[in-house]
Design a protein. Structure first.
Length: 419
């Protein structure tokens, strides 16, 4: 099907979707989950084809983003069922008051309309995005990269089968068949069809959408996430947090990319950091050291001098930049200059330093003594996310049901006229 036909179908059904009852949406999501469960073997076969095609062209950590197994597929269907049990955001009264003349003014949450998502090689995003869009009363158009198209095609077909079983239009969810750049450009220019565009992927994809989209676009995802180890840090706690933030899944946007260390403890802490990240039980992490860190560690098998752009790079792999700063103010200054506004963390036992960091660091999620890997819709109790917004207007951080709604004012009168 041509992209313009998909757009026209979504526009045609969006009012129908917006008017669905909570019960209708819950039933449809359950049926979509049943569809994914029923087609698990088909999804695995399609994913195996995607994996074979990508294996010689893609890094190991990026293959991990693409790979599905039975447990990941079950997590998709379980996620849809969890979304179905969330409170329905549509129609929620956000504010209301009655004027002296009796005029009642209500601010009420309503669906966006048609939500389009452009994403790359993570097929599990397909179910998250579709489920959250439906529960928030939106039609959803999905456009995935060619590396994961086969997997996403079967997932979408399974969910559409569930939609039909529940009595809803299959056009409530659609996957763009064309995985070329042309289809992404069509969605970016789809004024009058797409009400909001959410890009999920690497910096080039997000920058392209933000710079060139003619439709409203949410800036998401690029994660140059910092962990700052303060002079008052518990070093054991710091090493555990850093290892988790960097190594548990380095290909995702909430993984640590930069570690900053207070100069007062750098001499003792940096050797421990190098040792821990070199022997983390997975792949040794290559550390790019600034001049002050390099003066302490020097050149080793896993450590080298940082290059010009290393503190502005989302590595998405077993690489991290390491810098030495002068206290919490030095860390705040560095983060202000280099952060993408995603997730940043301080490790400290000093409440004053922690409070200053929380107030001064302007990111979507700011942590004290916890891994940045928690910046995730599921971990935040949203049962998934359609993206992690790094902008400030409308939505910020993991975007769940509430962030997929806008609002309108409903004004109830009894003949009042303005004087």
């Amino acid at each position: 099907m041509k992209t313009i036909e998909i757009l026209e179908n979504a526009k045609r059904v969006k009012t129908e979707v917006a008017l669905l009852s909570t019960a209708d949406k819950r039933r449809a999501l359950e049926c979509m989950a049943d569809g994914i469960d029923a087609h698990c073997a088909d999804i695995l076969r399609a994913n195996a084809e995607d994996m074979r095609a990508a294996r010689d062209k893609t890094s190991i950590v990026m293959l991990d983003r693409l790979a599905l197994d039975a447990s990941r597929i079950k997590a998709m269907s379980d996620g849809l069922r969890e979304i179905s049990r969330l409170p329905d955001p549509v129609g929620k009264i956000m504010n209301e008051y009655v004027r002296e003349d009796g005029l009642k003014i209500c601010k009420v949450a309503v669906p966006m309309g048609v939500v389009a998502v452009i994403y790359e090689s993570r097929p599990n995003v397909t179910a998250d995005a579709a489920g959250l869009a439906l529960m928030s009363g939106n039609a959803c158009i999905l456009r995935i990269g060619k590396e994961a198209y086969r997997s996403a095609r079967v997932i979408v077909d399974a969910m559409r089968e569930g939609l039909k079983a529940s009595g809803l239009s299959e056009h409530t969810i659609a996957l763009v068949d064309d995985a070329s750049r042309a289809s992404a450009d069509e969605l970016m220019r789809a004024v009058g069809y797409v009400d909001v565009l959410v890009p999920r992927g690497g910096k080039s994809l997000i920058d392209n959408c933000v710079m060139n989209a003619k439709v409203p676009c949410i800036q998401t995802g690029t994660g140059i996430c910092h962990v700052y180890v303060d002079g008052a840090a518990d070093m054991t706690k710091a090493l555990d947090i850093i290892e988790n933030a960097k190594c548990s899944r380095p290909s995702v946007c909430n993984a640590m990319e930069v570690c900053l260390v207070d100069n007062s403890i750098a001499q003792s802490f940096l050797p421990k950091l190098c040792e821990r990240l070199a022997s983390n039980g997975k792949t040794p992490v290559k550390l790019k050291l600034d001049e002050r860190a390099y003066a302490i560690i020097g050149e080793t098998e896993n450590c080298s001098r940082a290059e010009k752009d290393d503190f502005d790079t989302e590595f998405l792999g077993y690489v991290a930049a390491v810098g030495v700063v002068d206290g919490v103010n030095g860390a705040i200054k560095h983060i202000s200059a280099h952060s993408t506004g995603h997730s940043d963390c301080i490790i400290t036992e000093d409440n004053t330093a922690a409070d200053l960091f929380l107030r001064a660091v302007d990111s979507a999620a700011v942590y004290v003594n916890a891994s940045t890997r928690f910046t995730d819709g599921g971990e935040f109790g949203l049962c998934g996310e359609i993206g992690i917004s790094t902008q400030k207007l409308h939505a910020r951080g993991p975007m769940g049901l509430n962030e997929l709604c806008t609002y309108k004012y409903i004004v109830i009168g009894n003949g009042q006229i303005r004087k």
